[in-house]
Ligand binder design. Structure first.
Ligand code: PA5
Length: 432
């Protein structure tokens, strides 16, 4: 199992303060399970891992297999909760250079930006490939993915004809509402449903995340198995002192109350960059409302120690750090000995590169704790689908508990509409 270590979190707060919150955290977890809290019509994610059926998994795998056999590239169209989960898992579990090696179906993304140059360059690239499209939008009306889909659908139809294009387009959307559902029905696309009671940022374990991940050749059964294990480990019947989601929620809530308003999610493995992006949306949209909420930020170490390290060490003391640590690497690289030793690195000869990374991690933790930055540590035994499934579910569960601890509805996002209204009015969209 992945483990949570909060030993170094107690700088301005005490363990006693956290344990004084145990009953409250437990009660928030029960509220989630009983479905009696705010936003209780959006709790479908809670038991997704343990309730997904063999038929659903097999269907996703079959569609992924079809697209993989037909297409050199699949463009995953989506934004926010309809994009970040898949990107997080695919980046975390793929080889760093897989996409350059034509080893498997190339996963490309669109609709996550409004970029004319990006779309032009993507379409130029796709002109040389046989490709398919996976269009993911719960509402079916989000501007960024709708724009990208309109352009790429036309390109695909022009390239292979309407009939063939229909077999290469898959839609993941609402079961009955929205423009994408209407179009999919009209065109006869293969479709998957995003359940009504699962919000975008909690949808990674629905077809929103599972289908693109399966197309990328990743074992979704292991991902789900990991999430099932964490669903059990974080249930409200598990005592507080053994319940990582309740502890994480209680510790960060106490740290926030002590005046630290920023949580920095740090990793020492660049493959986790998009796990942090996914986490930022999860916590930012869930907690940042009613003029409160921890600001979720992220860094990739050791890279960012050479840019943000100064601020973290000596800037305003308003942050705490949560580090995702991977115990075991997938591969082994030892430092070679060098006759001349001009770089002075012979003292490391024979040592693993990961040993250097681990010492950087330990040294950073010591320095940041000394500098007044409380440290929470989440350790994965290794970076595979099983432990990543645990991590994703752990963060989701803790997020629900956290939101209830701070008194907000963690499952709505009224604030994201403000820019859209202005943008639509500026674009002269009818009705705005
Ligand atoms: O969490 C959310 O609700 C948002 O990030 C949405 O997922 C995002 O705006 C995309 O929405 P849709 O799937 O409706 O296109």
């Amino acid at each position: 199992m992945i483990t949570l270590n909060t030993d170094k979190a107690f700088i301005e707060i005490t363990k006693e303060q956290v344990y004084a919150q145990a009953a409250e955290a437990k009660s928030c977890n029960r509220t989630l399970e009983n479905g009696t809290g705010k936003g209780n019509d959006f709790l479908g994610w809670l038991h997704l891992p343990s309730t997904i059926t063999e038929a659903e998994i097999a269907d996703i795998e079959a569609t992924a297999g079809k697209l993989r056999s037909k297409c050199e590239a699949v463009v995953v169209i989506g934004i926010g909760g309809s994009y970040l989960g898949a990107k997080a898992v695919i980046d975390a579990l793929s080889g760093s250079f897989d996409s350059l090696e034509n080893k498997q179906t190339l996963i490309l993304y669109a609709g996550h930006v409004i970029g004319e140059d990006y779309l032009y360059e993507l379409s130029q690239f796709l002109a040389k490939k046989s490709f398919g499209i996976l269009n993911i939008s719960k509402s079916g009306t989000t501007t960024e993915p709708a724009l990208a889909f309109r352009i790429l659908k036309k390109q695909l139809e022009d390239a292979v004809g309407k009939e063939e294009a229909r077999t290469r387009i898959v839609a993941v959307t609402d079961k009955e509402r929205g423009a994408l559902r209407t179009l999919a029905t009209k065109e006869g696309y293969k479709t998957y449903v995003i359940p009504d009671n699962v919000g975008g940022r909690f949808s990674v374990l629905t077809p929103v995340g599972l289908l693109p991940v399966a197309i990328a050749g990743i074992d979704i059964r292991q991902l789900i198995a990991g999430a099932v294990a964490m669903e059990k480990a974080t249930g409200s019947e598990v005592p507080f002192d053994r319940n990582p989601a309740e502890i994480y929620a209680a510790v960060r809530s106490e740290i926030y109350k002590s005046g630290k308003k920023i949580e920095l999610l740090a990793n020492f493995n660049p493959k986790l960059h998009y796990v942090s992006e996914w986490w930022k949306q999860l916590y930012g949209e869930s907690e940042g409302k009613e003029n409160k909420g921890i600001f979720p930020a992220s860094v990739d170490f050791t890279t960012d120690l050479h840019s943000m390290g100064q601020w973290i060490q000596e800037g305003e003391r308003s942050l705490f750090e949560t580090v995702i640590s991977i115990a075991k690497t997938r591969h082994t690289v030892a430092v070679p000995s060098d006759e001349q030793d001009l770089d002075g690195l012979n003292f490391l000869a024979g040592k693993r590169v990961d040993y250097v990374n681990k010492m950087a991690e330990l040294g950073t933790q010591m320095a940041h704790v000394d500098g007044g930055v409380p440290n929470i540590r989440i350790e994965l035994p290794e970076l595979n689908a099983f432990y990543l499934g645990q991590l994703l579910y752990f963060f989701e569960r803790a997020c629900g508990i956290s939101g209830y601890l701070s008194g907000v509805n963690p499952f709505n996002q009224p604030g994201v509409e403000a820019y859209k209204k202005n943008m639509f009015a500026l674009l002269n969209k009818p009705g705005y």
